[in-house]
Design a protein. Structure first.
Length: 227
């Protein structure tokens, strides 16, 4: 029986996050703190900050979204799309995308806060955003929405709204949420999938995506669902 990479990451992240809730020294050592990178070359923080979270709600939300899009209904999620396209290399490439997204989504954050002693960032949101947008690229005609809001947009349109809103909130600033990591994580997910599919899977994901958009019934942009 093969174990899901998604499940392994969720278990490891949950354990580390739960331990760090009661261990401030561990939290300080793992969190993304730009001056520690600049002054002490602690580059590992680009990765380790993705395995800790601010509180239970932050952890549960990120891991629920990761499970939802990584595993999917009846194993239709991104991890299994990777296995279908890349075969025996699928899980490795999936893990590589997730870990790389943790680091790459923080590059703009680091660039803007190299010596900012007041700045800290944590959570897996950037990597989860990469998985969500990989899902959109694979299945643009699905539907996405927000928890407890019964109105769903077709996935590719939801993605565009998400990117626009994230860009707006990032530029506005004055928030404890690292919108930049969400934005760059999402964009990295798209770039990684396009590159990997063309170089390793010989799967024309972008052509398939555009063909689905071309044939889309625009009367079905929005759907409503009950709880």
């Amino acid at each position: 029986m093969e174990v899901s990479i998604t499940v392994i990451i969720i278990i490891v992240t949950s354990i580390i996050s739960l331990i760090s809730f009661g261990n401030s020294n561990m939290m300080d050592k793992l969190i993304f703190y730009p001056p520690a990178v600049t002054e002490r070359n602690e580059w590992y923080r680009f990765i380790t900050c993705g395995f800790i979270h601010a509180d239970f709600a932050h952890l549960i939300f990120n891991m629920y979204a990761f499970y939802l899009f990584g595993i999917g209904v009846n194993h239709s999620g991104v991890e299994y799309q990777f296995i279908y396209i890349f075969h025996e290399h699928g899980r490795l490439l999936y893990l590589l995308m997730y870990i790389a997204a943790l680091a790459i989504c923080l590059i703009p954050t680091y660039s803007n806060n190299k010596n900012n002693a007041q700045y800290r960032s944590l959570g897996a949101s950037g990597a989860v955003s990469a998985v969500v947008f990989a899902s959109i690229l694979f299945n643009p005609m699905g539907y996405m929405g927000l928890i407890f809001i019964p109105v769903y947009l077709v996935s590719f349109l939801f993605g565009l709204v998400y990117l626009a809103a994230t860009y707006y909130f990032d530029k506005r600033g004055n928030s404890n949420i690292n919108h930049s990591a969400h934005l760059w994580g999402a964009l990295f997910g798209l770039v990684f999938i396009i590159f990997a599919c063309n170089w390793f899977g010989h799967y024309p994901v972008l052509s398939i995506f555009l063909e689905q958009l071309k044939n889309f019934d625009w009367s079905k942009v929005v759907v409503t669902r009950g709880f």
